[in-house]
Every structure is written in C-alpha cells, then in structure tokens.
Design a protein around this ligand. Structure first.
Ligand code: PLP
Length: 439
C-alpha cells in the first residue's frame, strides 16, 4: 500500500523508472509516448544529456546558495540569456520554483509598483473566464477555471473575469475578427471604467490559453487592442506564459507572434523542461526602477528562489533548444501534427474544433459538431480518455469538468520538440484508439 498522498487517490499510477527521448518507461517495461510533455513541461524529452551533465557539474561545485546571501553564476547567466531574447522592455528576471509562484510574484510586483509610485488605490485585477494561472490562492483567484476554483471560492479574492478570446464559442457567426477583438477590448475598457479608471492594477491573460481549453491562440489583433486599452488607463499587462512560453508555440515567447510587449511575463514549465523545478517572472525596466528607487526590496522571498542547480539546468535546456535549432523544428512539427490531426479528426463525429500554435495543439470534444453541444460533464470524459490513452501507451492531457456549462471537454497535445515524424503517426493512431475506447 502506498503512503504517498497521490493527487487523485483513486487513480492507478504506474511507476516511472526511466526516460528515453519522448518516452517514459515504467517499472513493468511499458513505454509511454509523452504527447503532452506531462503538462507541457518536457520540451526536450526525458534523456537530454546536455542538461544532465550541466546539473551534475553544478551540483558537484555548488548545489544551492540562499539568495539572501549570494548570487550565483548560473542565475546571472540565465537572466542575461532570457532578457536578451525577451519581448522589448522586459529587462529583469525574478527566479522562482514554478508557475504558480511566478504568477504570485507577478501579482505582488504589480501591487508593489503602484504602492511605490503613490497609487495605492490601484488594487483591482481583471482576468478572463476559462483561464488558469495556478493553484496557489492568488493565482487561483486570478484564473477563471470554474472547476478548479469551485470549492475554494470562499478563500479567493475578488477578480473580474471577462470573455476569453475563444473564437470557437465566443465569436459570433457573422462577426469579423476585427469586430470580435474590438468587442473584447471594449469589454475590458468598460470593466476598467466600472471599477474606477485609476483603481485597476492589472489585466492578466495567457497569450495562448492552455490548461482550461487545450490550446486556444488569440484572434489576430486581439492583444494589440488589449495593450492599447491598458495603456490608456495605466493598467499593467501581465502575460502568463507558464505553459505556452519557452518555445512551445515556435517562438521563445508566445506573444512574439502577436507583436506586443507586456509589463510583466511569467514563465515556468518549459524553462527547466522538467529537469529541475524552476519558474521566472520577467519585469519591465519601469517596474524595476520604481522599486529600485523606492524601497529597493521586493517582498516575496521564498527559500528556493534562484536555486543554483535549477538555474544551471534551465540554462542548459535553453542553450540546447537554441543550438539544436528546435524552435524552427517546433514550427515544422506543429504544422505536420496539425495536418495529421485534421486528416484523422477533421470529420470526426465528436470533434468540434482543432486549434493551436506550434507544438501546442488542442482538440475540443462535443456531442454534436453542428450544434457545438458539449458532453454531459457527469460522464467525466477527461478521466476516461486519459485512462484509455495510458492503456495505449500514450500520455495526453484531457481536461473537462464543466460546472457552469462553459468549460467543455478538451485534449491538449504538447509533445517534446525532439519528436521525429514517425512519432506523430504513433501519437495520432494511439489518440484515435483512446478516444474511440472512451466514447
Ligand atoms: N499559469 C499557467 C498558464 C499554467 O498553465 C499553469 C499550470 O498549468 C500555471 C500557471 C501554474 O504552474 P505550476 O503548476 O508550475 O504551479
């Protein structure tokens, strides 16, 4: 009997003992093709020797030094690497241990920026429905994932949740992209005015939605309009790239394709690619300078921030992605994956939508593609598909659990960037069989 408090007490968990490229191998010898990178984490697969060697070297010289006493070379080098490649204006990096922590740091940085610049009345946050920003209380309050929030509602602070840029369900049949994105930007403006134009702190969004909707890229022009509204009212734009960032969509930061610079960005999962737990919050010079010229102290220290070994691992991951030219590979493989999904599921009687960017692709499952009617949530399709996929030797990330009639059933695919084309065939075949078995 296991003494581990597993996240799902009633699920069977095979014992993972080894990694081999895009596969995880269990104790019984079964091989699982990792088509979701766990949860969009393992972008280099499970046996990248460059990263293993970098970790070994760092641990052998210095595993950890508390950041209230020292800085370290890997932390400094990783910050330089990221800032040199980040969207214009992001100039400093605060390292943390994961995605939720990166979001918490982003929220606190936004708040501290306003308290240190004489605007303490700015306290409201605006985010979007069907979003996910993490499981700690601040991040959970920011996210609009009804299922994840439900039982913790009494503990969550008030956050406004607006319409997501989710064309499949939110864009009118006759509505142009321009009209749709203008409507969403106006909704943000109206909410800022309703809350008080000088009382709103920040708008938070995932550039490409992940853990709630299974990869939904924005409609072209959306983030430019959002940026304009934020600028008009001095509201900070926080973009959460914890899942979609670090090359997953084919550019290092997903927002690059939308031509917008945020004030704050969060990254995590693909940063350390699972070799070490690490996340980061990148901030603009404006925010850093305000704190530097004010208190000079960001009040958010956690014990493991800037962990030397985690930074060394992440630096090796990012250098490997660059030296192996994997970002262009993500674009090529993403196009090839989408073509296969289209071919296999384009006319499927229960797939309503295929969407995504790069190696971040989503399928939306519906009862009827013509009406877009969702499945009954009590079927728990996500659990059925996950189990059926594991039986096929496939890891994918199904999500569902509708509470307010909005979430629906989605499957996220986020495989490692090192796949070969043959893996794509294996992926689509196994996924097809898993969906058939679950339905
Ligand atoms: N933000 C986004 C966009 C995420 O997708 C996630 C996790 O899925 C998080 C934050 C939380 O990250 P973590 O699970 O590392 O705390």
């Amino acid at each position: 009997m296991s003494r581990v408090f597993h996240r799902n007490i009633h699920q069977f968990y095979p014992v993972a003992v080894a990694g081999d490229g895009p596969y995880i191998i269990a104790a019984d010898g079964r091989r699982y093709l990792d088509a979701s990178g766990g949860a969009a984490v393992s972008c280099l697969g499970h046996s990248a020797t460059e990263v293993v060697e970098a970790i070994q070297k760092q641990v052998a010289s210095l595993a950890y030094a508390h950041t209230s006493f020292f800085t370290t070379e890997p932390m400094e080098q990783l910050a330089d690497f990221l800032v040199e490649r980040a969207p214009a204006g992001l100039e400093y990096v605060y390292f943390v241990s994961g995605g939720s922590e990166a979001v918490e740091a982003a929220l606190k940085l936004a708040r501290q920026y306003f308290t240190e610049t004489g605007q303490p009345q700015r306290r409201h946050l605006i985010a979007r429905r069907q979003s996910y920003h993490g499981n700690t209380l601040g991040a959970l309050a920011t996210g609009g994932n009804a299922w994840r929030r439900a039982q913790f509602e009494p503990l969550l602070t008030q956050v406004s949740h607006l319409t997501p840029c989710y064309a499949y369900r939110e864009q009118g049949a006759q509505e142009s992209d321009d009209a749709f994105t203008t409507r969403l930007a106006r909704e943000l403006e109206d909410e800022i005015l309703r809350l008080g134009a000088d009382e709103v702190m920040a708008f938070v969004a995932e550039p490409v939605v992940g853990a709630t909707l299974g990869a939904v890229p924005p409609v072209a022009g959306y983030f430019r309009k959002i940026r304009e509204v934020c600028d008009r009212y001095g509201v900070l734009l926080i973009l959460d790239e914890v899942m979609c960032g670090m090359g997953r969509t084919g550019t290092l930061f997903a927002i690059e394709e939308d031509g917008v610079s945020p004030d704050i960005t969060t990254i995590a999962k693909g940063l350390g690619a699972g070799y070490q737990p690490i996340g980061a919050t990148l901030v603009s010079g404006k925010i850093y300078d305000a704190i530097a010229q004010g208190s000079g102290f960001f009040q958010h220290g956690h014990t493991y921030i800037g962990h030397a070994t985690a930074c060394a691992a992440a630096l090796a991951v990012q250098q490997t992605i660059e030296s192996r030219q994997l970002l262009s590979r993500v674009k090529v493989l993403g196009t090839a994956l989408r073509a296969r999904l289209q071919e296999r599921f384009g006319e499927h009687s229960h797939i309503g939508d295929l969407r995504g960017r790069g190696l971040f692709q989503g399928l939306e499952l519906v009862l009827d593609p013509d009406t877009k009617a969702p499945f009954d949530p009590s079927l728990k399709l996500n659990a059925l598909i996950k189990r059926a996929a594991m039986e096929q030797g496939l890891m994918c990330y199904p999500m569902g659990g509708t509470i307010d009639g909005r979430q629906g059933d989605h499957i996220l695919l986020a495989p490692p960037f090192i796949l070969e084309e043959a893996h794509l065939d294996e992926l689509v075949d196994k996924l097809d069989r898993a969906i058939a078995a679950a339905l």
